[in-house]
Write a protein that binds this ligand. Structure first.
Ligand SMILES: [Zn+2]
Length: 122
């Protein structure tokens, strides 16, 4: 939804750059347009990277909460979704502290101090 504005901005920059460099110089206009295409894909890549990072953090919070035996892992995930880095810090401070080990029974992570595995109950 932000792409039309961005490409308009890019065209405006490309146009003014081309005009400034040389009048009706096709080579420099093409070079500016190519440079703008790279700048546009960089912003798109940056945006996608942030989205991917957010999803990765949400998945990690949900898995970490489950491994620590929290029933409200989905609530923590929603908190981090809506409050971002603040919610993540709150979760890191509020979650049960302790080492996570791999459960020998089911292979999922569980708290070292937990009596029962939250995944398989062993
Ligand atoms: Zn288990």
């Amino acid at each position: 939804m932000r792409k039309p504005a961005l490409s308009f901005l890019c065209s405006a920059i490309a146009l003014s750059t081309a005009t400034a460099l040389a009048q009706n110089d096709d080579a420099s206009a093409a070079a500016s347009a190519a440079g703008c295409g790279i700048c546009g894909s960089f912003f798109l890549f940056f945006f996608l990277a942030i989205v991917a990072l957010n999803i990765a953090i949400l998945v990690w919070v949900a898995r970490d909460a489950k491994a620590r035996g929290l029933d409200n892992g989905v609530l923590w995930m929603l908190l981090v979704l809506f409050t971002g880095i603040v919610g993540l810090i709150v979760y890191l401070l509020a979650r049960p502290q302790g080492n996570l080990i791999v459960c020998p029974n089911c292979g999922n992570k569980r708290m070292q101090a937990a009596v029962k595995c939250p995944s398989c109950g062993a």
